[in-house]
Write a protein that binds this ligand. Structure first.
Ligand SMILES: C[S@@+](CC[C@H](N)C(=O)[O-])C[C@H]1O[C@@H](n2cnc3c(N)ncnc32)[C@H](O)[C@@H]1O
Length: 220
């Protein structure tokens, strides 16, 4: 999200009050989203997985539900779930009354079953837009690589073998995590498709000029 996007976003989507704000797992504080925001990604996953009543997809950090609504259109038969840390986002998402969709408030996937999902979408979540705007040299204490690593390790646990992990707009590289050894890269995009985000290393230090274009990973 650019600063122009932030300025145009209604205040209700930039809100941030409530005890969940203090979660150590809270990443992106902004709830900006849009219908069919990643058509190239959704189409890639649809072509790769196909639809069907046995397909299970998770939108982690779903904001007010537009991402899940987009997935519902492409996967009319699949079972869909959206999780977001902000209870007011989830209340708005539930008000969409999307058929066959479950929504839950949460700050991790700890409550999900092992091997439950064919795909997990975590898009513009494991980042913090303020780090980009502020030109930070370090991401801590705002974000910590160790927290990123723990989050994606739990995503891996929740995926079926052959399942897809979709990570777009993060402040860290999936390839630097221990769990990445159990995945192959399934989709790499061009730098112009990336949001203007900055990348930090496992030491929480800025990696100047780094662009990370791997965005979909398949669990072996
Ligand atoms: C910029 S929005 C992205 C919405 C959607 N995924 C998209 O790309 O359009 C980021 C969302 O991540 C949520 N979020 C941040 N940290 C989270 C966490 N630990 N668990 C669940 N949701 C989180 C925020 O509440 C916010 O709704």
């Amino acid at each position: 999200m650019t600063m122009t996007d932030v300025m145009r976003t209604p205040m209700r989507l930039l809100r941030g009050l409530g005890p969940w704000r203090r979660s150590p797992r809270r990443f992106q504080p902004f709830s900006y989203t849009a219908p069919d925001r990643y058509p190239w990604l959704f189409t890639f996953v649809r072509d790769r997985l196909g639809d069907g009543p046995d397909r299970r997809l998770l939108s982690f950090g779903c904001s007010v539900g537009q991402e899940v609504a987009s997935l519902r259109r492409l996967f009319p038969q699949a079972r869909l779930k959206g999780i977001d840390i902000d209870p007011r986002n989830i209340a708005e998402a539930r008000a969409l009354r999307l058929p066959g969709v479950g929504f839950a408030v949460g700050d991790s996937t700890a409550g999900e079953d092992d091997g439950a999902y064919d795909a997990i979408f975590c898009l513009a979540v494991l980042c913090n837009g303020r780090l980009t705007v502020n030109g930070a040299e370090r991401c801590d204490p705002v974000l910590h690589f160790a927290t990123f690593q723990a989050m994606v390790a739990d995503f891996a646990r929740c995926l079926k073998p052959g399942g897809l992990l979709c990570l777009v707009t993060t402040n860290f590289r999936f390839r630097d995590t221990e769990v990445a050894a159990g995945f192959n890269v399934a989709l790499t995009i061009t730098p112009d498709q990336l949001a203007p985000d900055v990348i930090f290393g496992p030491d929480n230090r800025l990696m100047p000029g780094e662009r990370y274009t791997d965005v979909v990973f398949v669990k072996r």
